[in-house]
Design a protein around this ligand. Structure first.
Ligand SMILES: *Cc1c(COP(=O)(O)O)cnc(C)c1O
Length: 401
């Protein structure tokens, strides 16, 4: 025992000491509460029974901390939430039915009529659409800032601004935000900061540790990691935010299925091994593309030549498998024909699984402030867990590189 520390303090000391790889194999597990079985079972329920009126009354006031009703979660949900909370170093985590629902539930919880919301213009398009199409119906006004120019953020802050929503790196174009600077500005004005950290995951960047209030993960992507699960995770810094967001999730009827929670926990255990493979293969391909005459530009923040490299290096301990590039070839049809020649890189949206993907993407029409003026076709790729030589051959043959 460490003298002077109680059990909880000791646990914190121990958790802080262990490295992230070890933490991923431990977080949220209680095998000896369940016959020594390594993984928690998939608990399915709608009804939870109470022994007597006293127990029922206790459950009503304690409903966010125990089994209470299916919609509030089962022990499978709690195991996942506890595990992610530990890895994120947050106060608590709330699991929801998708990455998008984690975003909408968080925004709805923190914004009321006449409030204003500021969102990075390079954010995942469905997030922007939720704000402009749905939040607007409830009297919340949204404006956008350029993540590469914080003056555009400062200029838009008013007394009514209640939330700043970041995504770093940005969807499709991989701009990195100077989050500590944004947090400083937000704290002075009591604005809640939210970041979508789906790309890096808490394995490579922990938003709560730098002072972000709410960290969101589309667990659909790397956490579950096998292209078979829809799930979102919201980790909050304090109890006030937890109560507000959990209450909104329950009121909206947003609850992930126990199978999805189980699969996300299952994925979490191998996250470090998978990410390391995604990271190194993606970097190898990015470097080859960067040095190829037929490639116009590579948008990968961990390449030292990338405009975002310094900021990336300030916040992230690793990069993952998703990045974009532009060929010099400007004809859309010619590029499309090359894409159709690919055998291993498949056409698909939801990245983070074991398989390599490619997608032509068009940021121009989504932007309001951070204009996108590149002429060539932007190709977003997700580098999967296949053999790197096979992937290089597939890509370089199809694109005649
Ligand atoms: C995919 C994605 C989401 C949405 O996740 P879903 O689980 O598909 O709803 C949110 N943010 C980012 C950055 C994503 O890539």
């Amino acid at each position: 025992m460490v003298p002077g520390l109680n059990g909880e303090q000791l646990r914190i000391v121990l958790v802080k000491k262990i490295k992230k790889d070890t933490q991923l194999t431990r977080a949220g597990r209680k095998p000896f509460d369940n016959f020594g079985i390594v993984n928690p079972p998939i608990y399915r329920t709608s009804t939870v029974l109470f022994k007597n009126i006293k127990e029922l009354s206790k459950a009503i006031t304690n409903r966010f901390n125990q089994t209470y009703y299916g919609r509030y979660g089962t022990p499978t949900t709690f195991a996942l939430e506890e595990g992610i909370k530990e890895i994120e170093n947050g106060y608590r985590t709330i699991a929801t039915s998708s990455g998008m629902s984690s975003i909408s539930v968080s925004l709805l919880s923190c914004l009321s009529k006449d409030d204003r919301c500021l969102i990075s213009d390079c954010t995942y398009y469905p997030t922007k659409k939720f704000a402009t199409k749905i939040l607007s119906k409830f009297g919340v006004e949204t404006s956008f800032y350029d993540p590469s120019n914080l003056d555009t953020l400062k200029k838009k802050i008013t007394k009514k601004t209640k939330v700043i929503f970041m995504e770093s790196p940005a969807s499709l174009t991989f701009e990195i935000e100077d989050m500590s600077e944004i947090i400083k500005i937000a704290k002075k004005k009591k604005i809640i900061t939210i970041v979508d950290n789906s790309w890096a995951t808490p394995f490579y960047f922990s938003p709560i540790n730098i002072g972000i209030d709410i960290s969101i993960l589309a667990a659909t992507k790397y956490i579950s990691g096998h292209a078979d699960t829809m799930l979102g995770l919201i980790t909050v810094k304090n109890e006030k935010l937890f109560l507000k967001i959990k209450d909104t999730a329950v009121s909206l009827g947003d609850c992930p299925g126990p199978q999805e929670c189980y699969l996300s926990l299952h994925g979490l255990r191998t996250l470090s091994t998978r990410l390391e493979h995604h990271r190194s293969s993606a970097l190898k391909i990015a470097r080859l593309l960067e040095n190829n005459d037929k490639v116009f530009k590579v948008l990968h923040p961990a390449l030292p030549k990338n405009d975002n490299y310094e900021l990336w290096n300030k916040y992230f301990t690793g990069s993952t498998g998703l990045f974009s590039f532009i060929l010099k070839e400007k004809s859309k049809n010619k590029v499309y024909k090359m894409i159709d020649k690919l055998k291993l890189f498949k056409l698909g949206f939801s990245w983070g699984g074991y398989e390599s993907l490619i997608l032509p993407v068009f940021p121009k029409k989504e932007r309001k402030i951070a204009k996108w003026n590149e002429k060539g076709v932007l190709l977003r790729i997700h580098v999967g867990l296949e053999d790197i030589d096979d992937l290089i051959e597939d890509l370089f043959t199809a694109f005649k590189l």
